[in-house]
Design a binder for this molecule. Structure first.
Ligand SMILES: [Zn+2]
Ligand SMILES: [Zn+2]
Length: 96
C-alpha cells in the first residue's frame, strides 16, 4: 500500500507501515520471486529479528529478493519490504 507523502502527518494507523515515496521508488528495482525448485530457505529478516513460529522453529520461506538474492517472507509478514527498509537505513547510517 502506497501512502502519499502529503498524508504522513496524519495519526499513523498501527496496522499500516508508512514509508516515504522515494523508498517505494527504490524498491521497484527489487522483485520477490520463488526460490528455484521451491526449496525452503530461512527468512533472513525473521532470523535477524529472532522471529520464530509459535512452535519455536525458525521461519522458512519459498521466496527471495531476486536483486539481493536474500530469502524473505512474502505476504502478511511483509519481510520483503521491512528488510529493504532496514537495510536502506543501515547503509545511510554508514555514510554519515
Ligand atoms: Zn532486494
Ligand atoms: Zn520473514
Amino acid at each position: 500500500m502506497v501512502i502519499p507523502a502529503s498524508n504522513v502527518n496524519y495519526p499513523p494507523n498501527p496496522d499500516i507501515e508508512i514509508y516515504p515515496e522515494d523508498f517505494w521508488e527504490e524498491l521497484r528495482s527489487h522483485r520477490i520471486v520463488s526460490v528455484e525448485g521451491k526449496k525452503q530457505r530461512i527468512c533472513q529478516y525473521c532470523r535477524s529479528k529472532g522471529v520464530r513460529y509459535e512452535s519455536g522453529s525458525i521461519i522458512i520461506t519459498r521466496h527471495k529478493c531476486e536483486t539481493c538474492q536474500v530469502p524473505l517472507c512474502k505476504g502478511r509478514k511483509n519481510c520483503f519490504v521491512k528488510f529493504h527498509w532496514e537495510f536502506r537505513n543501515l547503509t545511510k547510517m554508514k555514510q554519515v
